[in-house]
Design a protein around this ligand. Structure first.
Ligand code: GCU
Length: 616
């Protein structure tokens, strides 16, 4: 079919192949260029929230009490020498953005509370019909955001992006953006008060001001419908447009140029069938530049096309059975002062260590990692398990907690829906089985499926021993009936007996679904050597891996595993002097970036598996 004729056909085609997603009005402006606000921000540590509450613990409200003295978000100076103003951003210390505050100043390492950030910026006067947004890659945990003394909004959730419209509050010349960041843990939060990772607070990912025309590209999806027919379906969401707005989607390398038109909701659906398409896979991580244009707005990104589904006890990538040679990763970097990953280079180093280990898969624990991580996984050919921090003892009966979890899940899916690397959305980790918990997670699973039917759902569940038969490990969880992959964490040989127990274990996992081991491992202080019976030595950890791998090999339907964990990471729970010193030491790489003996054990196992797969 000639391109011209194709254009005519496609213009009038309304694709029903793609599930119409809720027209989420919150744009994800990741792909739009803008004014970066990364760099040094002024900061005020405010443990008593003086800038937010008055001495009667009433939120400061200028309509009730026009006092400027301690209303930090006003960012004012005294009008005259007699005026009492008890803060001054201009002479307050700096914090770097993006980045956690804990690793920037020694006094903030354990700090949990509020810190005020202030950035000033100039912005050219907006053109006719233009609007402007401030986009945060992530802020942990609660952000109250103000521009020029006016409240823009509040965002809750520490690992997903959000935007606020700043159009009406911008002014010519200097603008003052103030953010109150509060990382205090709470029973009704997601995650809740207890985790096994450091509660890094701050503006931990990039910030930018994005200017867009009246009608702009707010979101888009491209989906490979079939690995055999190579038909691709998709949609583009235009904010500010009604029906009939022309949208152009082009993939130059494929010689594709598709014209579509928005419907009344501003959504332009399309589908097409490229003549030649190379599918994305870990072996051939092929990405295509996809360009989208609508009126004066345009975006572009590199997208890989692949399918993933289960068939009985197998996971099929592009119709072929795949084994997930994985590792768990926290979003924390061991070198350069440690802390949250805040550059693409640090993200890449973690993934390169995973590649060196022989991985084709990573579990990004226990929350959505930064957008660079999943884009690099696309480029490097590493499949991804992406997770929301519904971790341990969540407040299952609290409606606001559910809304929070659902919002984080939706934002994660919206941000990364076009990432070929992500094959699994994970709903939870090690959540205690109860009726309320299973109801909460079943609803979350339904939400995930309503947003994305192209990926698999899972959650890290737990196993237990058969009563009276402690060497029979059983996975029996009502959530296993809901998800696509039965995944569970197991620590035989570390928390449950010693490594020699592994040889005695048999399995009962009564589901006709793929089975995945989402965690196993043990601590070792890098450089501590001794007999393999001496806990905390590298030899003990290596022996645990040697004995665990054949034990897992006995699992019927095993499709892979992600040992816990690539790199040692900070945790306030880990206090053993000289061994842990505030770090969880289950890494195969130490907090100084040095590989431990167990790294080579797992690497050899993965290399052998990969070699065997190449001969198939
Ligand atoms: C749990 C949990 C991890 C934790 C690990 C450990 O399975 O999922 O977040 O760090 O075990 O105890 O080291």
């Amino acid at each position: 079919m000639t391109t011209f004729l194709r254009l005519i056909v496609l213009t009038c085609v309304v694709a029903f192949a793609v599930q119409r997603l809720p027209a989420d009005n919150v744009p994800d402006l990741l792909l739009h260029d803008g004014l970066s606000l990364n760099g040094e921000w002024r900061s005020i540590i405010d443990p008593y929230e003086t800038g937010f509450y008055d001495y009667r613990r009433e939120q400061r409200d200028l309509n009730k009490n026009p006092s400027r003295a301690e209303t930090f978000y006003l960012d004012v100076k005294p009008n005259d020498p007699s005026e009492r103003v008890e803060y001054d951003f201009d002479t307050s210390p700096m914090l770097n953005v993006p980045g956690d505050w804990n690793t920037q100043r020694p006094e903030l390492l354990y700090y949990e509370g509020s810190v005020w950030y202030r950035k000033t910026f100039d912005l050219e006067k907006l053109g006719d019909g233009q609007s402007a947004f401030v986009r945060f890659g992530a802020v942990n945990y609660r952000a109250d955001v103000y521009l020029n003394g006016k409240k823009l909004g509040t965002h809750i959730g520490g690992f997903t992006p959000f935007c606020f419209d700043v159009t009406q509050f911008l002014k010519p010349g200097k603008n003052s953006l103030v953010v109150k960041v509060d990382n205090k843990r709470a029973k009704d939060a997601v995650p809740t008060v207890s985790t096994d990772w450091w509660n890094y607070g701050g503006i931990t990912r990039e910030v930018k001001i994005v200017t867009v025309p009246k009608k702009f590209i707010a979101d888009h999806r491209l989906i490979l419908d079939s690995e055999t027919t190579h038909t691709i379906s998709g949609w583009v969401q235009i904010t500010g447009a009604g029906a009939g707005e022309p949208v152009e989607i082009s993939i130059p390398e494929l010689g594709e140029k598709i014209s579509a038109a928005t419907d009344a909701s501003g959504r332009a659906a399309f589908h097409f069938k490229p003549e030649k398409l190379q599918l994305w896979s870990p072996v051939t991580p092929k990405l295509y530049e996809v360009r989208i244009a609508c009126g004066g707005d345009k975006v572009a990104e590199r997208i890989g096309f692949r399918t993933v589904r289960t068939s009985g006890k197998e996971i099929l990538l592009n119709g072929k059975s795949v084994f997930l040679r994985g590792i768990c990763i926290h979003e924390e970097f061991p070198l350069a002062g440690g802390g949250r990953v805040n550059t693409a280079e640090k993200a890449k180093q973690l993934l390169l260590w995973a590649k060196e280990l022989g991985c084709n898969f990573v579990r990004l624990a226990h929350y959505p990692h930064n957008e660079a991580m999943t884009r690099l996984a696309d480029e490097l050919g590493i499949m991804v398990w992406s997770e929301v921090p519904v971790y341990w003892t969540i407040d299952w009966t609290n409606a606001a907690t559910y809304e929070n979890a659902q919002s984080q899940l939706g934002d994660n899916i919206q941000r990364d829906a076009n990432r070929a690397s992500i094959i699994i959305w994970s709903l939870a980790n090690e959540t205690p089985v109860s009726e309320a918990r299973t109801k909460f997670l079943t609803q979350l699973a339904e939400r995930a499926r309503s947003l994305d039917q192209t990926r698999l759902l899972s959650a890290a569940m737990e196993k237990h021993s058969l009563p009276g038969a402690e060497n029979v490990s059983v996975v029996q969880d009502p959530l296993a009936d809901v998800v696509d992959i039965v995944a569970f964490n197991q620590y035989t040989g570390w928390y449950d007996g010693l490594p020699e127990k592994c040889a005695k274990i048999s399995w009962q996992i009564p589901y006709d679904k793929p089975v995945f081991v989402s965690e196993f491992g043990g601590d070792a202080r890098q450089g501590l050597h001794g007999s393999k019976d001496q806990r905390w030595t590298e030899e003990f950890q290596a022996d645990l891996y040697e004995k665990t791998l054949p034990m897992l090999g006995k699992i019927d339907g095993l499709v892979g595993f992600t040992p816990w964990i690539l790199v040692d990471f900070r945790s306030p729970r880990r206090v053993l002097p000289g061994i842990q010193d505030g770090f969880n030491r289950k890494g195969l790489i130490s907090s100084e970036g040095t590989k431990k003996k167990a790294f080579a054990i797992l690497q050899a196992y993965y290399q052998k598996r990969a070699a065997a797969e190449r001969t198939q």
